[in-house]
Write a protein that binds this ligand. Sequence first.
Ligand SMILES: Cc1cc2nc3c(=O)[nH]c(=O)nc-3n(C[C@H](O)[C@H](O)[C@H](O)COP(=O)(O)OP(=O)(O)OC[C@H]3O[C@@H](n4cnc5c(N)ncnc54)[C@H](O)[C@@H]3O)c2cc1C
Length: 383
Amino acid sequence: MAGFGFSESQEMFRRQVRNFVQKEIAPDARLRSKQDSYPMNLIRRMGEMGLMGINQPEKYGGQPADWVTLGIGVEEVARGDFNLAIVPTLDAGFCLAFRLVPEDVQAEWLPRVISGEILASVATTEPGCGSDVGSMTTRAVRQGDYYILNGEKTSITVGMQSEACIVFAKTDPTKKARGVSAFLVPLNSPGVHRSRLPDMGCKPMGRCSIILDNVKVPVKYRMGEEGKGFYVVMGQFDLIRINLGLMALGAAQTSMEDAIGYAKQRTAFGSPLAKYEGISFKIAEHCTRIEAARLLCYRTLWLRDQGQNHTKESAMCKFLGPKVAVAAIHDALLVHGHIGYSEEFPIEQRLRDVIGWEMADGTAEIMKIVISRELMGREFLPY
Ligand SMILES: Cc1cc2nc3c(=O)[nH]c(=O)nc-3n(C[C@H](O)[C@H](O)[C@H](O)COP(=O)(O)OP(=O)(O)OC[C@H]3O[C@@H](n4cnc5c(N)ncnc54)[C@H](O)[C@@H]3O)c2cc1C
């Protein structure tokens, strides 16, 4: 083994992002967490820091770096504000999917996404199906140089604020996943109607439902071949899953640091809480799990950087990261006693935020189906 750490340039990037997050993002994160609006000024600052352009074409404002570097950026932002870390996470997958559309469409959209001028979202889920994506009913019917899209998507993260959305729709309703294609849909198109969902957490990023009522999309906005876009685009989303794991772990790490600080200064029965093994062992166990899950995420990003298959590992990151994080944040709240339950402290908010990501982009059960398929073969899938 040549080495088991980050390179000098990766460490430098971590320091830069941490400094930026501590100065500009973390101080008002708790205040923002109560509001259902997104701080576009900070998203643009994240664009200036290069967070949305990692490993993206330089001609569109991107910078040559590896996926491990993206993970570092996502984790550091999530340590300060979980709600903002979704932007580099989603945009990385979005920009990759964009490699499937013609150059002129890329040139029109990518610079604005990479600079943080606009937000992008992804729409697979429908009221009638989430995990069983192949059962979607949204239709895309070709009419000359256009597709006409009809249907309803729901649970779309940053959907209210985004200008562009990758929408999955059936081009062949007689088929399941093989009948699905992906389209770039500008959300100011006539026939698009959006409504915000009232959620228990993640208020700034929020989720929404999108009704598509005879929405006209140019053929050149189709991502990949008809009926194949689903597989191609979903393949790119292996990347999102790893970073969702790191996002959750970043929020958990900060919660553990809060718990350690509190346990050292709060006394009970004449001693600091940190002296009681009921507290310190809990913290030791969660920090061990967080570290193990982080290593899995970074190794998976490294596998991707090496061009190696990492579908199984990505699903492991998505399954494990949020699970480990939710358990850690929950205990960090308990270590704080009654004040942890108060809205005056950020921990209850982090717990409500991160729970959603146990489901988003595929639940633990669906990730385990992916892992089992990769371990045992497609012929042992339950359906
Ligand atoms: C915070 C948040 C953000 C989201 N963001 C987006 C987004 O940006 N875009 C988007 O399209 N969607 C988004 N989603 C939706 C998310 O992808 C779906 O919630 C998820 O895919 C599960 O679908 P479902 O909610 O319809 O649950 P269902 O598919 O109805 O499943 C319900 C339960 O049954 C389990 N289950 C289903 N099938 C099986 C099986 N075969 N074996 C065992 N258990 C099974 C599931 O694991 C789950 O626990 C988001 C969700 C959340 C909570």
